[in-house]
Write a protein that binds this ligand. Sequence first.
Ligand SMILES: Cc1cc2nc3c(=O)[nH]c(=O)nc-3n(C[C@H](O)[C@H](O)[C@H](O)COP(=O)(O)O)c2cc1C
Ligand code: SF4
Length: 443
Amino acid sequence: MAEYEPVLLRRVGKPNSQSIETYLADGGYGALTRAVTTLTPEQVVETIKASGLRGRGGAGFPTGLKWTFLPKNHPGPIYLCVNADESEPCTFNNRVLMEEDPHQVLEGTILAAYATRAWVAYIYLRYEYGRCFRTMQQAIQEAYAKGFLGRDILGRGFHLDVYLHRGAGAYICGEETGLIESLEGKRAWPRIKPPFPAVEGAFRKPTVVNNVETLACVTHIMDRGVEWFRSIGVPPDPRNPRDAGSYGPKLYNISGHVNRPGTVELPLGVTVRELVDKHGGGVWKGRKAKGCIPGGISMGLMTEAEFDTPLDFNGPSKVGCLGLGTGAVTVFDEQTSIADVLYNICRFFAHESCGQCTPCREGTGWMLKMADRIRRGQGRLEDLEILREIGNAIGIMPGTTICGLADGAGWPVKNAITKFRAEFEELIRRGVRREPLVGSGSH
Ligand SMILES: Cc1cc2nc3c(=O)[nH]c(=O)nc-3n(C[C@H](O)[C@H](O)[C@H](O)COP(=O)(O)O)c2cc1C
Ligand code: SF4
């Protein structure tokens, strides 16, 4: 892939990259000023629609299209929720944006609020992100002081207040309706949809929920234009009429057994192999990779043989993964026990299931028990089939649960059993006993 010049991470590492002074000196808030003074909200929506921007929070829903679902001529209030919960394991790209360049996130937030006619924006921030809390709070105060927030922004009769809301410390708080419930002061139990948030969201009013990275992209689309954005990434596959393309830059996190973990910005569509070998410095200790988690654990697993898969909105599904997810790749080396990987994944989902839906609450618990006995050398061959069956039966896709947490819980289990079956069978036949993992005694 040709050298790519970062845009989202362009200012990371510069002195005082968090301050509004350096942001303004680098042309910051220029896109907002031009949009508010020369474009109507509808024109901003049309620009984002034309760019082909798809949400970076996991589902890849077209952003401009989502904004058009808000009811027309609504008397208000309309709310914007910035999803900064970022609890998907192995994922930390929103954190980098908020810690290092909070004003580009805030500018995108203000642009989105202008486009959707929102009066109030809530930034729902993962509780554990203390540094983000400080940088974002400082950025909000600076933006108020410069007149980019508050009443009559840029003298155009546009008002916006932004509140930073610290999350409740659970994975489910990132699911958009769980987030809204939590914002309202309740337990983050996802809502049955429809109604979708655009019709009935926060405080039962029309609400748009967008991810931090999505909104940072909005800033740059409004600054550099639609053509620029569409010149990056992957156009739609002509053989797939449902493919809307994968345009624009993406932040990819690389972690696990690599020499150089971190975050890189590249055009959508980079392969796992390029991420691992070039940007992650290769697999650590001179070993080979056994596989990876390609986009947060809820997207499933890839074997090393699948590392040439492009990480765009279509690529991962071609090798049986759920989707692109968050673009966070976690590598495990050839010495890693796949039974340990499966056990850790199951432990996470059993812990994070909110418990509303029986298939998710019970299914994640059953999967954990089986993964545990397999890794302790007490598994049975039939456990593999039962695990696959549960993985297939829980989730929105089979229509048995309220939210997608259960799909995310089932997918890596199905992938693990299918793609690494020989290793599981050998473990079960040998009956290898393993010590409990740290902290594994709680279930
Ligand atoms: C269990 C679960 C957890 C989620 N966690 C997050 C999260 O931490 N951040 C996020 O942006 N989206 C998360 N999502 C997706 C959101 O529900 C929603 O699709 C997203 O915030 C929309 O923003 P986007 O269109 O800009 O991607 C999660 C979804 C599920 C099912
Ligand atoms: S699928 Fe799981 S996490 Fe989602 S609402 Fe149902 S029980 Fe809760």
